[in-house]
Design a protein around this ligand. Structure first.
Ligand SMILES: *Cc1c(COP(=O)(O)O)cnc(C)c1O
Length: 327
């Protein structure tokens, strides 16, 4: 099947490693991790895979500006700023802030990468972020620019192909490693990563179950969102898949205090995991999701599963502003 064409910006394929000590500590199960945190340095994490497709579409439309939005520590916004700089076009980031955020982590990197930044309040972000981005697009048009608006997380029909392609990469790696994953697990924040994995998994008639662990909203919200995204992606391929909402496995219960808010047990888990495996998780996504996966394995939710693949979707820079809470 042909999927839309894309830029080549990420270091691919990312490796798959077995988490030897974590697996041993959990008993009769093998946990593997796919290092999508190593897709690059400036562009690191899962967003670059989605941007490879979405920004190709922007360039094909003749755009010279990327406008996007996210939280103050958005990994997606930082990846967008890095991609724009790399391609010699411009980025405009609309970030949610109370106005007192220190220039740290991703926000700091955005400034280094030369992004134009507009901070808006959480209320304005919730109610009007699209309007704000459209207003910027109009202003830029008045100055002779053409801007492409990327939704939160680059999770739209085109961006989703980044993880469609990642699923194909995983299938090739299974053959190389001689292992078959019964489950693939990812954090879910805007749904595109999950949707891409799910679409390719179904289309390729692979048997693995795809699990999402939501870090905001709730399971029902994301089941609907994933359905919408898969249908948007099908507009590009004309290759429908048949699935029910129940086929979308979303594990709720690990949002904790709320999006980008950390509980002590999550932070302690990140520290323990770093010492155990030499791999650093992030506080907003992968720390919560891996914590959730381990809790669910302990509860018996994955009894009978042999090999589980966790996608390390990145986010390291978002850990730096948590320094005070960690130590
Ligand atoms: C955005 C993000 C996710 C969530 O991916 P979605 O496609 O938005 O659901 C997971 N991990 C990290 C580190 C992210 O930045």
């Amino acid at each position: 099947m042909t999927i839309p064409k894309s830029l080549k910006l990420a270091n691919l394929p990312t490796k798959i490693e077995k988490l030897e000590r974590l697996s041993k500590s959990l008993g009769d199960i093998n946990i593997y991790i796919k290092r999508d945190d190593q897709t690059g340095t400036e562009v690191s994490g899962n967003k670059v895979r989605k941007l490879e497709f979405a920004v190709q579409e922007a360039l094909d439309q003749g755009c010279d500006y990327l406008i996007t939005c996210g939280g103050i520590q958005s990994n997606h916004a930082r990846a967008t700023a890095a991609v724009a700089a790399k391609l010699d076009i411009n980025s405009y980031l609309v970030l949610r802030s109370n106005g007192d955020d220190p220039v740290e982590g991703n926000y700091f990197l955005n400034k280094i990468l030369g992004a134009e930044i507009c901070l808006i309040t959480p209320e304005e972000y919730r109610d009007n972020r699209m309007k704000v981005m459209e207003e910027i697009q109009r202003e830029l048009a008045g100055q002779g620019h053409k801007a492409y608006i990327l939704p939160e997380g680059a999770s739209n029909g085109i961006g989703t192909f980044g993880y469609y392609q990642a699923m194909e990469e995983i299938l090739e790696q299974e053959a190389e490693l001689d292992v078959k994953f019964d489950a693939i697990v990812t954090a879910v924040g805007s749904g595109g990563t999950y949707a891409g994995l799910f679409y390719a998994n179904k289309l390729r008639k692979n048997e693995a179950k795809i699990y999402g662990i939501n870090v905001c909203d709730d399971a029902d919200h994301f089941k609907n969102r994933v359905q919408e995204l898969v249908h948007e992606s099908i507009q590009y391929t004309k290759r429908p898949i048949h699935f029910k909402k129940e086929d979308i496995h979303m594990i709720d219960g690990y949002v904790g205090e709320g999006y980008a808010q950390s509980r002590q047990e999550e932070l302690t888990f990140i520290l323990d995991f770093a010492k155990l495996e030499g791999i650093i998780l992030d506080p907003v996504y992968t720390g919560k999701a891996m914590y959730g996966l381990v809790e669910e394995i302990k509860k018996g939710s994955f009894n009978g599963f042999k090999n589980i693949l966790f996608i390390h979707t990145g986010g390291l820079y978002g850990l730096f502003p948590k320094g005070n809470q960690l130590f």
